[in-house]
Design a protein around this ligand. Structure first.
Ligand code: IMP
Length: 184
């Protein structure tokens, strides 16, 4: 069923049971790849909180979890977003295997910013698990993106942690904006 948030209409896109199935497979892959390691999962707030929580239940190896928050603040124009670390990395990752957990990689600007900060702390390895990836919007190439839930078109989506104007993060399913107009 369609639903409205503020001035925009959204339609059902990816149901929670599809997400659950995908996360089970992602968990299997992570459990194998990190079998002999104790990785640190870094959840990128706010959007990845739900994905992180469900993914962690599928990870059965020893691991640590931590959280960072990156925000883009806008000057006078909405397109001039600069990134700031609102919550920096608070634990030592030197020599550790790190997995960055993202809700969505769109242009990749946030991820690029974050990876630069992470590499400065000299981890042993860095991989990225993202629930959603918009390949057509990507502005950079990342060798670190090894775990992808769903590749999607350049649609604007909400739900399962993702928001529109701060709303919609609490919905279990993912919805996409009806029509072509992307929120500015
Ligand atoms: P990027 O820096 O362009 O890759 O964008 C990353 C951030 O933009 C994500 O972590 C989201 O917070 C936000 N974002 C990008 N696309 C969407 C979307 O379709 N819905 C909701 N938020 C989005």
């Amino acid at each position: 069923m369609k639903m409205t948030i503020d001035d925009k209409t959204f339609e059902p896109f990816i149901e929670f049971n599809m997400i659950e199935k995908r996360l089970r497979l992602m968990g299997i892959q992570l459990n194998l790849d990190y079998e002999d390691k104790v990785p640190i999962f870094i959840c990128v707030l706010n959007g990845a909180f739900m994905f992180m929580a469900d993914l962690m239940k599928e990870v059965h190896i020893g691991c640590e979890t931590t959280f960072v928050k990156v925000a883009s603040y806008h000057g006078d124009t909405k397109s001039s977003g600069n990134l700031i670390e609102q919550l920096p990395l608070l634990i030592d990752i030197k020599g550790r295997d790190v997995i960055v957990v993202e809700d969505i990689v769109d242009t990749g600007r946030t991820l690029k910013f974050l990876l630069e900060k992470i590499y400065q702390k000299e981890p042993a390895s860095v991989k990225v698990a993202t629930l959603l990836l918009k390949p057509d919007a990507l502005e950079y190439q990342f060798d670190e993106i090894s775990f992808v839930g769903f590749e999607i078109a350049n649609d604007f989506v909400v739900g399962y942690g993702l928001d529109y104007k701060g709303l919609g993060r609490n919905m279990a399913d993912i919805y996409r904006l009806v029509g072509q107009q992307l929120p500015g």
